[in-house]
Design a protein around this ligand. Structure first.
Ligand SMILES: NC(=O)c1ccc[n+]([C@@H]2O[C@H](COP(=O)([O-])OP(=O)(O)OC[C@H]3O[C@@H](n4cnc5c(N)ncnc54)[C@H](O)[C@@H]3O)[C@@H](O)[C@H]2O)c1
Length: 345
Protein backbone atom coordinates (compact mmCIF):
# COMPACT_ATOMS: atom_id res chain seq x y z
CA UNK A 1 0.00 0.00 0.00
CA UNK A 2 1.52 3.31 -1.11
CA UNK A 3 0.61 6.54 0.59
CA UNK A 4 -0.14 9.44 -1.72
CA UNK A 5 -0.47 13.20 -1.22
CA UNK A 6 -2.17 15.36 -3.87
CA UNK A 7 -1.41 19.06 -4.41
CA UNK A 8 -4.06 21.00 -6.34
CA UNK A 9 -7.82 20.39 -6.01
CA UNK A 10 -9.05 22.69 -8.81
CA UNK A 11 -10.63 21.41 -12.01
CA UNK A 12 -8.42 18.37 -12.66
CA UNK A 13 -7.07 17.45 -9.19
CA UNK A 14 -10.37 15.93 -7.96
CA UNK A 15 -10.25 13.40 -10.84
CA UNK A 16 -6.83 12.29 -9.61
CA UNK A 17 -8.00 12.17 -5.99
CA UNK A 18 -11.00 10.03 -6.97
CA UNK A 19 -8.89 7.59 -8.97
CA UNK A 20 -6.10 7.19 -6.41
CA UNK A 21 -8.72 6.93 -3.65
CA UNK A 22 -10.37 4.01 -5.45
CA UNK A 23 -7.17 2.04 -6.09
CA UNK A 24 -6.59 -0.97 -3.85
CA UNK A 25 -2.85 -0.39 -3.62
CA UNK A 26 -2.96 3.33 -2.76
CA UNK A 27 -4.11 5.38 0.18
CA UNK A 28 -4.68 9.11 -0.30
CA UNK A 29 -3.56 10.60 3.01
CA UNK A 30 -3.61 14.35 2.34
CA UNK A 31 -4.67 16.83 -0.28
CA UNK A 32 -3.66 20.48 -0.50
CA UNK A 33 -5.02 23.61 -2.14
CA UNK A 34 -4.68 27.33 -1.51
CA UNK A 35 -8.46 27.74 -1.43
CA UNK A 36 -10.56 26.77 1.60
CA UNK A 37 -13.56 26.24 -0.63
CA UNK A 38 -11.80 23.55 -2.69
CA UNK A 39 -10.41 21.85 0.43
CA UNK A 40 -13.79 21.85 2.20
CA UNK A 41 -15.39 20.37 -0.91
CA UNK A 42 -12.82 17.55 -0.93
CA UNK A 43 -13.33 16.92 2.80
CA UNK A 44 -17.07 16.62 2.23
CA UNK A 45 -16.57 13.94 -0.43
CA UNK A 46 -13.69 12.13 1.31
CA UNK A 47 -13.93 12.64 5.09
CA UNK A 48 -10.94 10.33 5.67
CA UNK A 49 -8.51 12.53 3.68
CA UNK A 50 -6.59 15.19 5.60
CA UNK A 51 -6.66 18.68 4.06
CA UNK A 52 -4.05 21.44 4.24
CA UNK A 53 -3.39 24.82 2.69
CA UNK A 54 0.36 24.29 3.06
CA UNK A 55 1.78 21.81 0.55
CA UNK A 56 4.83 21.43 2.83
CA UNK A 57 2.63 19.27 5.06
CA UNK A 58 2.66 16.76 2.19
CA UNK A 59 6.30 17.17 1.13
CA UNK A 60 7.57 16.82 4.72
CA UNK A 61 5.31 13.93 5.70
CA UNK A 62 7.52 10.85 6.10
CA UNK A 63 4.48 8.56 5.67
CA UNK A 64 3.87 9.86 2.13
CA UNK A 65 5.64 7.89 -0.62
CA UNK A 66 4.34 9.73 -3.69
CA UNK A 67 3.16 13.24 -4.52
CA UNK A 68 0.72 14.18 -7.27
CA UNK A 69 1.06 17.73 -8.65
CA UNK A 70 -2.16 19.06 -10.22
CA UNK A 71 -1.54 22.79 -9.96
CA UNK A 72 -0.99 25.38 -12.73
CA UNK A 73 2.09 24.67 -14.86
CA UNK A 74 4.01 27.69 -13.53
CA UNK A 75 4.18 25.93 -10.13
CA UNK A 76 5.15 22.44 -11.36
CA UNK A 77 8.92 22.90 -11.20
CA UNK A 78 8.90 24.17 -7.62
CA UNK A 79 6.43 21.62 -6.27
CA UNK A 80 7.70 18.57 -8.19
CA UNK A 81 11.33 19.57 -7.49
CA UNK A 82 10.73 19.89 -3.75
CA UNK A 83 8.87 16.58 -3.68
CA UNK A 84 11.70 14.77 -5.52
CA UNK A 85 14.28 16.38 -3.22
CA UNK A 86 12.28 15.06 -0.27
CA UNK A 87 12.59 11.55 -1.77
CA UNK A 88 9.00 11.26 -3.04
CA UNK A 89 7.95 9.70 -6.35
CA UNK A 90 6.12 12.30 -8.44
CA UNK A 91 3.12 12.22 -10.75
CA UNK A 92 3.21 15.65 -12.36
CA UNK A 93 0.38 16.89 -14.55
CA UNK A 94 1.17 17.94 -18.10
CA UNK A 95 3.05 19.87 -19.32
CA UNK A 96 5.97 18.89 -17.09
CA UNK A 97 7.08 22.52 -16.58
CA UNK A 98 6.96 25.76 -18.56
CA UNK A 99 10.76 26.05 -19.09
CA UNK A 100 12.96 23.48 -20.79
CA UNK A 101 15.84 24.05 -18.31
CA UNK A 102 13.49 23.33 -15.40
CA UNK A 103 12.06 20.23 -17.06
CA UNK A 104 15.59 18.96 -17.72
CA UNK A 105 16.51 19.53 -14.07
CA UNK A 106 13.48 17.56 -12.87
CA UNK A 107 14.28 14.63 -15.17
CA UNK A 108 17.91 14.57 -14.02
CA UNK A 109 16.89 14.88 -10.36
CA UNK A 110 14.43 11.98 -10.60
CA UNK A 111 17.01 9.81 -12.36
CA UNK A 112 19.79 10.66 -9.87
CA UNK A 113 17.51 9.85 -6.95
CA UNK A 114 16.09 6.76 -8.70
CA UNK A 115 12.55 8.04 -8.18
CA UNK A 116 9.62 7.62 -10.54
CA UNK A 117 8.61 10.77 -12.41
CA UNK A 118 5.44 10.31 -14.45
CA UNK A 119 3.99 13.13 -16.55
CA UNK A 120 0.20 13.24 -16.93
CA UNK A 121 -0.08 12.60 -20.65
CA UNK A 122 -3.46 10.95 -20.17
CA UNK A 123 -4.14 10.08 -23.81
CA UNK A 124 -1.35 7.51 -23.97
CA UNK A 125 -3.38 5.53 -21.43
CA UNK A 126 -6.53 5.41 -23.59
CA UNK A 127 -7.66 2.22 -25.31
CA UNK A 128 -7.93 4.15 -28.60
CA UNK A 129 -4.37 5.48 -28.64
CA UNK A 130 -3.01 2.09 -27.66
CA UNK A 131 -4.98 0.49 -30.51
CA UNK A 132 -3.51 3.06 -32.93
CA UNK A 133 -0.01 2.22 -31.69
CA UNK A 134 -0.71 -1.50 -32.10
CA UNK A 135 -2.00 -0.95 -35.67
CA UNK A 136 0.95 1.28 -36.64
CA UNK A 137 3.52 -1.09 -35.07
CA UNK A 138 1.96 -4.09 -36.83
CA UNK A 139 2.62 -2.47 -40.21
CA UNK A 140 -1.07 -2.67 -41.20
CA UNK A 141 -1.02 0.95 -42.40
CA UNK A 142 2.23 0.38 -44.28
CA UNK A 143 4.88 3.06 -44.27
CA UNK A 144 3.57 6.09 -42.35
CA UNK A 145 3.43 9.19 -44.55
CA UNK A 146 1.88 11.82 -42.32
CA UNK A 147 -0.35 12.58 -39.33
CA UNK A 148 -2.91 15.35 -39.16
CA UNK A 149 -4.50 16.32 -35.86
CA UNK A 150 -7.09 18.82 -34.62
CA UNK A 151 -7.98 19.70 -31.02
CA UNK A 152 -10.54 22.50 -31.10
CA UNK A 153 -13.22 23.83 -28.78
CA UNK A 154 -14.63 27.03 -27.34
CA UNK A 155 -12.26 27.55 -24.35
CA UNK A 156 -11.28 26.68 -21.74
CA UNK A 157 -9.02 29.74 -21.81
CA UNK A 158 -6.05 29.29 -19.45
CA UNK A 159 -4.57 32.07 -17.35
CA UNK A 160 -0.87 31.31 -17.48
CA UNK A 161 -0.25 29.54 -20.80
CA UNK A 162 -1.23 29.83 -24.47
CA UNK A 163 -3.25 27.29 -26.43
CA UNK A 164 -0.13 25.45 -27.60
CA UNK A 165 1.07 24.76 -24.05
CA UNK A 166 -2.46 23.86 -22.99
CA UNK A 167 -3.65 21.56 -25.78
CA UNK A 168 -0.71 20.52 -27.96
CA UNK A 169 0.90 18.35 -25.21
CA UNK A 170 -1.95 15.88 -25.77
CA UNK A 171 -1.39 15.55 -29.52
CA UNK A 172 2.39 15.63 -29.41
CA UNK A 173 2.44 12.99 -26.66
CA UNK A 174 0.10 10.83 -28.79
CA UNK A 175 2.24 11.28 -31.93
CA UNK A 176 5.53 10.60 -30.11
CA UNK A 177 4.05 7.51 -28.47
CA UNK A 178 2.46 6.12 -31.63
CA UNK A 179 5.53 6.76 -33.79
CA UNK A 180 8.01 5.75 -31.07
CA UNK A 181 10.12 8.80 -31.85
CA UNK A 182 10.28 12.54 -31.23
CA UNK A 183 10.17 15.43 -33.70
CA UNK A 184 13.32 16.80 -35.31
CA UNK A 185 11.94 20.24 -36.06
CA UNK A 186 8.84 22.38 -35.61
CA UNK A 187 7.35 25.34 -37.39
CA UNK A 188 4.35 27.12 -36.01
CA UNK A 189 2.14 30.15 -36.31
CA UNK A 190 -0.17 31.34 -33.57
CA UNK A 191 -2.74 34.14 -33.29
CA UNK A 192 -4.27 36.01 -30.34
CA UNK A 193 -7.83 37.27 -30.81
CA UNK A 194 -9.25 37.39 -27.28
CA UNK A 195 -6.31 38.39 -25.06
CA UNK A 196 -3.36 40.22 -26.49
CA UNK A 197 -0.14 38.20 -26.42
CA UNK A 198 -1.73 34.85 -25.46
CA UNK A 199 -2.29 32.79 -28.60
CA UNK A 200 -5.74 31.24 -28.71
CA UNK A 201 -5.31 29.42 -32.02
CA UNK A 202 -2.18 27.85 -33.50
CA UNK A 203 -0.98 25.68 -36.37
CA UNK A 204 2.09 23.47 -35.96
CA UNK A 205 4.07 21.35 -38.42
CA UNK A 206 6.37 18.78 -36.84
CA UNK A 207 8.95 16.82 -38.78
CA UNK A 208 9.76 13.33 -37.48
CA UNK A 209 12.47 10.86 -38.52
CA UNK A 210 11.81 8.78 -41.67
CA UNK A 211 10.28 11.80 -43.50
CA UNK A 212 7.09 11.60 -41.45
CA UNK A 213 5.36 14.94 -41.10
CA UNK A 214 2.66 15.87 -38.59
CA UNK A 215 0.30 18.78 -38.75
CA UNK A 216 -1.58 20.05 -35.73
CA UNK A 217 -4.30 22.66 -35.28
CA UNK A 218 -5.17 23.67 -31.70
CA UNK A 219 -7.79 26.24 -30.77
CA UNK A 220 -9.80 27.69 -27.88
CA UNK A 221 -11.85 29.60 -30.43
CA UNK A 222 -13.96 27.09 -32.30
CA UNK A 223 -17.74 26.68 -32.28
CA UNK A 224 -17.69 22.95 -31.61
CA UNK A 225 -15.50 20.35 -29.97
CA UNK A 226 -13.30 18.51 -32.46
CA UNK A 227 -10.61 16.02 -31.55
CA UNK A 228 -9.46 14.02 -34.54
CA UNK A 229 -6.21 12.47 -35.63
CA UNK A 230 -5.67 11.02 -39.11
CA UNK A 231 -2.74 8.71 -39.76
CA UNK A 232 -2.04 8.18 -43.45
CA UNK A 233 0.09 5.22 -44.48
CA UNK A 234 1.12 3.67 -47.77
CA UNK A 235 -1.35 0.77 -47.35
CA UNK A 236 -4.22 2.09 -45.22
CA UNK A 237 -5.45 5.23 -43.47
CA UNK A 238 -6.70 5.53 -39.91
CA UNK A 239 -9.02 8.16 -38.45
CA UNK A 240 -9.30 8.56 -34.66
CA UNK A 241 -12.25 10.61 -33.47
CA UNK A 242 -12.02 10.97 -29.72
CA UNK A 243 -15.48 12.53 -29.49
CA UNK A 244 -17.23 9.52 -31.01
CA UNK A 245 -18.48 7.20 -28.30
CA UNK A 246 -18.83 4.01 -30.35
CA UNK A 247 -16.60 4.34 -33.40
CA UNK A 248 -13.48 6.11 -32.17
CA UNK A 249 -11.20 4.42 -34.71
CA UNK A 250 -11.88 3.71 -38.36
CA UNK A 251 -9.30 2.03 -40.54
CA UNK A 252 -9.86 2.77 -44.22
CA UNK A 253 -8.46 0.31 -46.71
CA UNK A 254 -7.89 3.19 -49.09
CA UNK A 255 -4.76 4.32 -50.83
CA UNK A 256 -3.00 5.23 -54.01
CA UNK A 257 -0.47 3.02 -55.74
CA UNK A 258 1.87 4.14 -58.47
CA UNK A 259 1.73 1.57 -61.27
CA UNK A 260 5.08 1.06 -62.97
CA UNK A 261 4.75 1.99 -66.66
CA UNK A 262 7.34 0.91 -69.11
CA UNK A 263 6.07 2.22 -72.48
CA UNK A 264 6.70 5.92 -72.37
CA UNK A 265 9.25 7.60 -70.17
CA UNK A 266 7.70 10.23 -67.91
CA UNK A 267 4.23 8.75 -68.06
CA UNK A 268 2.83 7.35 -64.84
CA UNK A 269 -0.35 5.70 -63.75
CA UNK A 270 -2.03 5.83 -60.39
CA UNK A 271 -4.33 3.18 -59.06
CA UNK A 272 -6.80 4.23 -56.36
CA UNK A 273 -7.87 1.64 -53.82
CA UNK A 274 -11.31 1.87 -52.20
CA UNK A 275 -11.73 -1.03 -49.79
CA UNK A 276 -13.56 -1.81 -46.59
CA UNK A 277 -13.61 0.24 -43.43
CA UNK A 278 -12.74 -1.59 -40.19
CA UNK A 279 -13.94 -0.31 -36.84
CA UNK A 280 -11.92 -2.08 -34.15
CA UNK A 281 -13.65 -2.89 -30.88
CA UNK A 282 -12.13 -1.02 -27.96
CA UNK A 283 -12.36 -2.12 -24.36
CA UNK A 284 -12.67 1.20 -22.55
CA UNK A 285 -11.45 1.80 -19.01
CA UNK A 286 -11.15 5.32 -17.59
CA UNK A 287 -7.69 6.36 -18.85
CA UNK A 288 -6.91 8.22 -15.64
CA UNK A 289 -7.56 5.04 -13.65
CA UNK A 290 -5.12 3.17 -15.91
CA UNK A 291 -2.59 5.99 -15.53
CA UNK A 292 -2.85 6.11 -11.71
CA UNK A 293 -2.52 2.32 -11.45
CA UNK A 294 0.45 2.44 -13.84
CA UNK A 295 2.16 5.01 -11.59
CA UNK A 296 1.74 2.71 -8.58
CA UNK A 297 2.99 -0.30 -10.62
CA UNK A 298 6.05 1.66 -11.81
CA UNK A 299 6.93 2.51 -8.19
CA UNK A 300 6.42 -1.06 -6.98
CA UNK A 301 8.23 -2.69 -9.91
CA UNK A 302 10.85 0.06 -10.47
CA UNK A 303 9.88 0.35 -14.14
CA UNK A 304 9.93 3.36 -16.47
CA UNK A 305 6.49 4.96 -16.95
CA UNK A 306 4.79 4.98 -20.34
CA UNK A 307 4.77 8.79 -19.99
CA UNK A 308 8.10 9.29 -18.20
CA UNK A 309 9.85 12.54 -17.30
CA UNK A 310 11.92 12.16 -20.49
CA UNK A 311 8.76 11.76 -22.57
CA UNK A 312 7.34 14.86 -20.89
CA UNK A 313 10.54 16.74 -21.63
CA UNK A 314 10.44 15.72 -25.30
CA UNK A 315 6.93 17.13 -25.53
CA UNK A 316 8.07 20.37 -23.84
CA UNK A 317 11.00 20.72 -26.24
CA UNK A 318 8.57 20.64 -29.16
CA UNK A 319 6.30 23.20 -27.45
CA UNK A 320 9.25 25.46 -26.71
CA UNK A 321 10.48 25.29 -30.32
CA UNK A 322 6.93 25.99 -31.54
CA UNK A 323 6.99 29.17 -29.44
CA UNK A 324 10.31 30.22 -30.99
CA UNK A 325 8.95 29.55 -34.46
CA UNK A 326 5.85 31.67 -33.80
CA UNK A 327 8.08 34.60 -32.92
CA UNK A 328 10.04 34.15 -36.17
CA UNK A 329 7.22 34.07 -38.64
CA UNK A 330 6.73 30.32 -38.85
CA UNK A 331 10.44 29.60 -39.31
CA UNK A 332 11.34 25.92 -39.05
CA UNK A 333 13.18 25.45 -35.74
CA UNK A 334 15.42 22.43 -35.23
CA UNK A 335 14.76 20.97 -31.79
CA UNK A 336 17.83 21.08 -29.60
CA UNK A 337 17.74 17.95 -27.42
CA UNK A 338 19.74 18.27 -24.18
CA UNK A 339 22.72 15.98 -23.51
CA UNK A 340 20.66 13.49 -21.58
CA UNK A 341 19.06 12.43 -24.90
CA UNK A 342 22.42 11.52 -26.40
CA UNK A 343 21.42 7.89 -26.50
CA UNK A 344 18.45 8.76 -28.77
CA UNK A 345 19.00 7.95 -32.45
N1 LIG B 1 -4.22 15.36 -18.15
C1 LIG B 1 -5.26 16.08 -18.52
O1 LIG B 1 -6.05 15.69 -19.38
C2 LIG B 1 -5.48 17.42 -17.86
C3 LIG B 1 -6.72 18.06 -17.97
C4 LIG B 1 -6.87 19.30 -17.33
C5 LIG B 1 -5.82 19.87 -16.64
N2 LIG B 1 -4.62 19.22 -16.60
C6 LIG B 1 -3.46 19.80 -15.90
O2 LIG B 1 -3.74 19.83 -14.51
C7 LIG B 1 -3.09 20.95 -13.92
C8 LIG B 1 -4.12 21.78 -13.16
O3 LIG B 1 -5.07 22.27 -14.08
P1 LIG B 1 -6.53 22.73 -13.58
O4 LIG B 1 -7.30 22.98 -14.82
O5 LIG B 1 -7.04 21.78 -12.56
O6 LIG B 1 -6.18 24.13 -12.88
P2 LIG B 1 -7.05 24.89 -11.79
O7 LIG B 1 -6.57 26.29 -11.79
O8 LIG B 1 -8.50 24.60 -11.96
O9 LIG B 1 -6.61 24.20 -10.40
C9 LIG B 1 -5.33 24.35 -9.85
C10 LIG B 1 -5.49 24.35 -8.32
O10 LIG B 1 -4.17 24.36 -7.76
C11 LIG B 1 -4.23 25.17 -6.59
N3 LIG B 1 -2.88 25.59 -6.24
C12 LIG B 1 -2.09 26.46 -6.91
N4 LIG B 1 -0.89 26.59 -6.27
C13 LIG B 1 -0.94 25.79 -5.19
C14 LIG B 1 -0.03 25.50 -4.12
N5 LIG B 1 1.18 26.07 -4.06
N6 LIG B 1 -0.41 24.64 -3.16
C15 LIG B 1 -1.64 24.05 -3.20
N7 LIG B 1 -2.55 24.29 -4.18
C16 LIG B 1 -2.20 25.14 -5.16
C17 LIG B 1 -5.16 26.30 -6.96
O11 LIG B 1 -5.71 26.92 -5.80
C18 LIG B 1 -6.22 25.60 -7.79
O12 LIG B 1 -7.35 25.20 -7.03
C19 LIG B 1 -2.43 21.71 -15.07
O13 LIG B 1 -1.08 21.31 -15.16
C20 LIG B 1 -3.19 21.24 -16.29
O14 LIG B 1 -2.44 21.31 -17.49
C21 LIG B 1 -4.45 18.01 -17.17
Amino acid sequence: MLTVGIIGCGYWGPNLIRNFFNLDEARVKTCSDLLDERLNHMKQIYPSIEITKDYNDIINDSEIDAVVVATPVSTHFKLAGEALNAGKHVFCEKPLTNKVEDGTRLVKLAEEKELILLVGHTFVYTAAVNKIKEVVDSGELGEIYYISSMRLNLGLFQKDINVVWDLAPHDISIMNYVLGSAPISVSSSGFSYIRSGIEDIAFLTLRYPDSIVANLHVSWLNPNKIRTTTVVGSKKMLVYDDISSLEKIRIYNKGVDVIPHYDTFGEFHLSYRYGDIDIPKLVETEPLKVECQHFIDCINNKTVPRSSGRDGLEVMLALDSAGKSMKQDNKEIKIDYPDLFNNRA
